[in-house]
Design a protein around this ligand. Structure first.
Ligand SMILES: Cc1ncc(COP(=O)(O)O)c(C=O)c1O
Length: 395
C-alpha cells in the first residue's frame, strides 16, 4: 500500500516550489497583474520562428538526437562562448533549460552528505536542487548589505574552516533574485578561492545579456569552473526549454558523468527547440540587446513604485530582470504581505523568504510590456503606501 510515509524523504524534505504556489495565487486572484515570474514578454526572433515552422514535418525533429545536442548548435555555441564569453577551453552540453543544466551538474558533482555554498538571497531552484540530492549542509553566505554582492571574505573563512571543503560553490551573475551583477575582480577572487580550496564553482549566466547602464558581463574559466547559460530569457524561449552547460574540457571523465544524468532525464533537449535556438543565434546579440534595452523603462517604473519603502531598502536592477526590496521590520512574514497585495491590490510578487531572506520582496520587471508594467507598478505603489500607512487592512 502506498502512503505518505513511503515517499522519499529526499523529496519530502525539499522546499515546495515557490513558483507553483505563486501561480496558484495568480490564478485565484481576479484581474491580477504579475510582477512575479522571471520571464520576458517578447517572442523568439520572427525569422527563427519562420524557419522552424518549415521543420515541423521533417522526421529529424521527431527522433531522438545526440545527448549532447545537435552538432550544428553545439558548434555555434562553442564559437559563441569564445567570441562573447572568452571561454576558450569549454565544451558544450545542450540541456532542456538552465535548471536542468544545474540538476545535471549537482548530480554529477555532489554526493549525499556533501556541503555546498550559495549566497543569500539565493535562487530558490538551485537551493531545491541541492536539497533533492541529499546534500547535508547548504552553507548560505551573506551578500554585502549595501551592494548584495557575495561576501568573498566570508567565503574565504568558510572554505578554510569546512572539512572536507564544500564540494560546490554557486553564484548567479547577474543575480536572481537580487538583480545585482558580480564585478569581474570579485568573480575572479571567488574563482581563486574555490580553486585553492578544491571546490567546484558553478556560475549561472542565465541573464548574461541583461546588463544595464553600460555594465559589462564577464565569465571566468578554469578546470574547476562550470558555466551555465539559457535561451529562455534572452530569446523569449521559456517554453521551448533550451539551455547549455559549458564544462572544462581538460577534466577527465567530466562528460562521461554528465552523459549518465542526461541520458536518464531528457535524453536530449527537444530537437525542434534546438533548431529554434540555432536560428535565434543567427538573429544575434544585437537582436537581444535591443529587446533588453526596452526593459530600462520597466525597471524605472517599478523602482519608482518601490521607492515608497525608502531608497536604501530597494536594491538590484543593475542586471537581470529583478529589483529586491526590504519591507519594514514588522512585516517579517513576507508571504502574508504577498497574499495581501494580491487580494487587495491585484498585484503578484515573490516573497523573499523563498530566497532565504524573510521580510523581502522580489519584483520582476521583464514579463510585461511597458504599458502593462505601468499598471502593475501603480498598483504596487498604492499597495505599499497603504501597507506602510495602515498595515494589512481588510474591508
Ligand atoms: C538564475 C536562473 N537560472 C536558471 C533559470 C531557469 O532557466 P531555464 O528556463 O533555462 O531553465 C532561471 C529562470 O528564472 C534563473 O533565473
Amino acid at each position: 500500500m502506498g502512503s505518505f510515509g513511503k515517499l522519499a524523504r529526499r523529496a519530502i524534505e525539499t522546499e515546495s516550489p515557490v513558483m507553483v504556489q505563486i501561480q496558484q495565487l495568480y490564478r485565484c486572484t481576479k484581474d491580477a497583474v504579475s510582477l512575479a515570474q522571471g520571464v520576458v514578454y517578447w517572442q523568439p526572433p520572427q525569422q527563427a520562428l519562420d524557419k522552424v515552422k518549415d521543420l515541423v514535418y521533417d522526421p529529424v525533429v521527431s527522433r531522438y538526437g545526440g545527448d549532447e545536442g545537435i552538432p550544428q548548435l553545439q558548434d555555434a555555441l562553442v564559437q559563441k562562448l569564445q567570441r562573447e564569453n572568452k571561454l576558450y577551453k569549454s565544451k558544450v552540453m545542450v540541456t532542456a533549460g538552465a535548471n536542468q543544466a544545474f540538476v545535471n551538474l549537482v548530480l554529477a558533482l555532489c554526493d549525499a552528505g556533501d556541503s555546498v555554498v550559495m549566497f543569500a538571497p539565493y535562487y530558490f531552484n538551485a537551493y531545491m536542487s541541492f536539497q533533492m540530492t541529499g546534500v547535508k549542509d547548504i552553507l548560505v553566505g551573506p551578500g554585502d548589505p549595501k551592494t548584495l554582492y557575495p561576501d568573498a571574505d566570508w567565503l574565504e573563512q568558510t572554505l578554510k574552516k569546512t572539512h572536507p571543503p564544500p564540494k560546490v560553490v554557486t553564484v548567479v551573475n547577474p543575480g536572481n533574485p537580487s538583480g545585482t551583477y558580480i564585478p569581474e575582480p570579485l568573480l575572479k577572487r571567488i574563482s581563486h578561492l574555490c580553486r585553492d580550496a578544491g571546490s567546484w564553482l558553478i556560475v549561472d549566466n542565465t541573464y548574461e545579456y541583461f546588463m544595464y547602464d553600460g555594465r559589462k558581463h564577464s565569465c571566468v574559466e578554469g578546470d574547476h569552473i562550470v558555466n551555465i547559460f539559457s535561451f529562455s530569457k534572452a530569446y523569449g524561449m521559456m517554453g521551448w526549454r533550451v539551455g547549455y552547460i559549458a564544462y572544462p574540457s581538460e577534466v577527465d571523465g567530466f562528460l562521461a558523468q554528465l552523459l549518465k544524468v542526461q541520458d536518464n532525464i531528457p535524453i536530449c533537449a527537444p530537437i525542434i527547440s534546438q533548431y529554434l535556438a540555432l536560428y535565434s543565434l543567427e538573429a544575434g546579440v544585437d537582436w537581444v540587446k535591443n529587446q533588453v534595452q526596452d526593459l530600462v523603462k520597466n525597471r524605472e517604473l517599478v523602482r519608482e513604485a518601490l521607492s515608497v519603502l525608502g531608497e536604501d531598502n530597494v536594491k538590484g536592477g543593475e542586471g537581470a530582470i529583478y529589483l529586491w526590496a526590504r519591507l519594514p521590520e514588522k512585516f517579517h512574514d513576507d508571504f502574508a504581505v504577498i497574499r495581501w497585495l494580491a487580494r487587495r491590490h491585484c498585484v503578484i510578487l515573490i516573497p523573499g523568504s523563498a530566497c532565504g531572506c524573510p521580510g523581502h520582496l522580489r519584483v520582476a520587471f521583464g514579463g510585461l510590456p511597458e504599458d502593462q508594467t505601468a499598471v502593475a507598478a501603480e498598483r504596487l505603489r498604492k499597495g505599499l503606501e497603504e501597507l506602510l500607512r495602515d498595515g494589512m487592512v481588510e474591508e
